[in-house]
Design a protein around this ligand. Structure first.
Ligand SMILES: [Zn+2]
Length: 80
């Protein structure tokens, strides 16, 4: 990940939480268009949020958090 990616990923979390200004939203969308790895990360996170919201509402079971953390580690390990 380059510097822009780290920044983009941080913003992604705010984006998914709906806490971004329109200006920053555009910046992220622009980066996602140019950067497939970030786009994939966004996709994964977006899906995860939807699942968590539907199934768990406010409460996320620890087993799910562990599974996601493991999946992310494996994903990072296999990148490149
Ligand atoms: Zn990127």
């Amino acid at each position: 990940m380059d510097e822009h990616c780290v920044e983009a990923v941080e913003l992604l979390y705010h984006y998914l939480d709906g806490e971004l200004t329109d200006e920053r939203r555009v910046l992220i969308q622009h980066h996602l268009d140019d950067c497939p790895p970030c786009f994939e990360a966004y996709d994964f996170e977006a899906e995860l949020r939807i699942v968590v919201r539907q199934k768990c509402r406010d409460h996320v079971p620890e087993s799910l958090i562990e599974r996601v953390a493991k999946a992310l580690q494996e994903c990072e390990g296999s990148a490149e």
